[in-house]
Write a protein that binds this ligand. Structure first.
Ligand code: 13P
Ligand code: SF4
Length: 303
């Protein structure tokens, strides 16, 4: 049989049923992967779903730290990452040793880790956050000094809304950090009637020009519910698919057509199918690391 997209899709649906699996996909995945998923969402929605969903197998269409988080929250489930090599370079910008060094240097500070970190880094942290709850998480802490890692741009964004002293690590997302002030000025000039929405991983000078700052799902909800008709979207372009599907009457322009996360694009239908067939590549986290990291993730989910 020829492997058309249709019969790969049919095979995935059969395997999903047979293996009692659920497919979770991030908003940056390619359209056909988003379309086969049970849930498409941002990091927080996917972490919450991974915790609550009833199934034996989770197929995580995203990057490694997201699948690790699902695994930490579900030690009894099989968690698969169809594209084994899909990693988030920002998550590699800080190590557990560096977090321990920061704790020695700032013993009174709380450590807040963006979920875009390794399980080892989460295990050294007091609490995690995502782009949609970072301000709320920081404000929930008793400590007045907060080590915020690894994203300097998200740390900067949080500092705008908090009276706490934020000590940022100097990591960044290569996709969002590459969007420049000039890109934002040009987009505003090209689409004078459009509202500019940006992700908090963008540089401060880009955030300064935005009408609103949201997580990926926050942007989709805003586009669908706001009375405005036209938007400039300052994040990875995969998100435009959900906007086209959920609110086809709105006009959305990418702030930068080059904003592509190559790691998020490594997953495709053939890899999802093979992964379900073979139940690999499987993501595992050593038990002692998972137990400590779980505390930081669960604490975030409770905020
Ligand atoms: P969201 O949590 O907003 O989906 O962001 C995840 C991410 O990797 C952004 O680059
Ligand atoms: Fe990591 Fe940036 Fe890709 Fe998100 S978009 S997964 S932060 S590299």
């Amino acid at each position: 049989m020829i492997n058309t997209k249709e019969n790969i899709r049919d095979r995935i649906l059969q395997l999903k049923e047979k293996k009692n699996a659920a497919i979770l996909a991030h908003n940056y995945q390619i359209p056909e992967v988003q379309d086969i998923a049970d849930i498409v969402g941002d990091s927080l929605e996917l972490a919450r779903t991974a915790k609550s969903i009833e199934c034996d197998v989770i197929v995580f269409c995203g990057v490694d730290f997201m699948a690790e988080t699902a695994c930490i929250l579900n030690p009894e489930k099989t968690v698969l990452l169809p594209a084994e090599e899909a990693c988030c370079p920002m998550a590699q910008m800080i190590t557990a040793d560096e977090v321990r060094m920061l704790r020695r240097r700032f013993p009174d500070a709380a450590v807040v880790s963006y979920v875009n970190t390794t399980a080892e880094v989460k295990a050294e942290s007091d609490i995690c956050c995502t782009s949609s709850n970072a301000v709320k998480v920081v404000e929930s802490l008793d400590e007045e000094q907060v080590i915020f890692l690894p994203d300097k741009n998200l740390a900067n964004y949080v500092a705008r809304f908090s009276s706490k002293e934020i000590l940022p690590w100097q990591g960044f997302c290569f996709v969002h950090d590459r969007i420049t002030h000039d890109d934002a000025i040009k987009a505003r000039r090209d689409y004078p009637d459009a509202k500019l929405l940006v992700h908090p991983e963008c540089r401060p000078e880009v955030i300064d020009l935005a009408d609103h700052v949201f997580s990926t799902s926050g942007m989709i909800k805003h586009v669908c519910s706001a009375p405005d008709k036209e938007f400039i979207i300052g994040t990875e372009i995969g998100i435009l698919h959900q906007m086209e599907k959920k609110c086809p009457d709105k006009i959305c322009h990418p702030l930068s057509p080059q904003a592509i996360c190559t790691n998020m694009k490594r997953t495709n239908l053939a890899k999802v199918c093979e992964s379900l067939e073979l139940l690999r590549p499987r993501i595992t986290v050593p038990e002692d690391v998972a137990n400590r990291a779980r505390k930081a993730i669960e604490r975030m989910l409770a905020v």
